[in-house]
Design a protein around this ligand. Structure first.
Ligand code: KG4
Ligand code: ZN
Length: 332
């Protein structure tokens, strides 16, 4: 079955075609990063307008690249939420038009389910599995006992990891989005500042990053006030070490308790080199998978993959009644 995926929840307009939840025939992503960069973050109103401008073009590009006609598409999977409501609606309405016109079933997919299923594009999921979701808006440890069965073991009590990366980058006057730049700098520095590791010893699976973020920002401020030299590389390395220590320790703890067969990591921060290395160093008894770099950040291939498995499990709402939801729970 060819699944057409549509993703417009934030600042990427993306359309993809994936065969049987596995084989990516086309993945087109029109990024708005350069437009939002000037403002230091995503401006929702501008994001919606850019989605409107780009969506038809991206649909055409994806279909041409896959060499398919709409008559050959068996299912449309579109991100329903969570995300920016104005942005979500552009993708949803475009998907509904194609669905109505060509009489193709349509399902709404949770954005985080998409991030998780980016892994399935490369490695067969084996259950039970543990998934660490780390993105701009989410930080969660999720236990899956079968396809489309999500049990949130713990989550951030305040900021998401990606959000903390972006804020630290802003203070250091590094370009948006901050995660990839801080990651690159971190690779060149050393953990000399020993920042706190919040909640690292709590015997639960919750996280907190706002205290660390404030600590790091205040520390930077104090150094500057005292006219002390700041080594940005060491600063980034120290932040990254603190964050990844917490993420990896909690993942290892949950892995032990739940006797899972695999650990998978999902979301934009899954692209982080420090996290990739540390996770693999600390989990050697079972496989640890990360999505391919292109599929870590927002894309429609992951939505198409998730949509395929969601459809198999009959977990879908009545197509044309789908509405965008800025907040949406992953657990059914
Ligand atoms: O999953 P995503 O594309 O969007 C959301 O659903 O939130 O994640 C974007 C986030 C941004 O905060 C970005 O800074 C972060 O992922 N990110 C990274 C890296 N690449 C992207 N954070 C740390 N290291 C990276 N290499
Ligand atoms: Zn995302």
């Amino acid at each position: 079955m060819y699944v057409l995926g549509v993703e417009t929840s934030c600042d990427e307009t993306s359309v993809s075609i994936v065969e049987n939840g596995k084989k990516v025939l086309a993945n087109k992503v029109l990024s708005q990063i350069d437009i939002h960069k000037v403002y230091g973050g995503v401006v929702p109103e501008i994001a919606s307008r850019e989605h409107i401008k780009g969506i038809t073009y991206v649909f055409e590009q994806a279909m041409n690249s896959a060499g398919l006609t709409y008559q050959e598409i068996g299912l449309i999977a579109v991100t329903q939420g969570p995300g920016l409501i104005g942005s979500l609606l552009i993708g949803i309405n475009a998907a509904k038009v194609i669905s109505l016109n060509f009489d193709i079933p349509i399902i709404g997919v949770h954005h985080i389910a998409g991030h998780i299923y980016a892994n399935q594009l490369e490695h067969e999921m084996e259950f039970p599995l543990l998934c660490l979701v780390v993105s701009g808006g989410h930080t969660e440890l999720i236990l899956m006992r079968e396809h489309f069965d999500f049990n949130i073991l713990g989550q951030t009590q305040d900021d998401a990891v990606g959000e903390a990366y972006d804020k630290i980058a802003r203070v250091l006057k590094l370009p948006y989005p901050g995660g990839p730049v801080v990651d690159k700098m971190a690779g060149l520095g050393k953990d000399v500042y020993s920042f706190p590791r919040p909640m690292i010893d709590s015997q639960d699976y919750n996280f907190s990053f706002s205290g660390l973020k404030s600590h790091v920002i205040n520390f930077h401020h104090n150094l500057k006030q005292r006219d002390q030299e700041i080594d940005i590389k060491d600063f980034c390395a120290s932040f990254q070490e603190a964050v990844t220590d917490v993420l990896v320790k909690k993942t290892v703890l949950a892995k032990r308790e739940h006797q899972v067969k695999q650990v998978i990591v999902a979301g934009g921060v899954a692209a982080n080199s420090g996290l990739r290395n540390k996770m693999k160093e600390n989990i050697k008894d079972i496989p640890v998978f990360f999505p391919k770099m292109d599929f870590c950040t927002d894309n429609a291939a992951m939505i198409a993959a998730a949509g395929y498995y969601q459809y198999q499990k009959n977990q879908f709402n009545d197509g044309l009644t789908i509405n965008g939801q800025s907040r949406l729970s992953l657990e059914v």
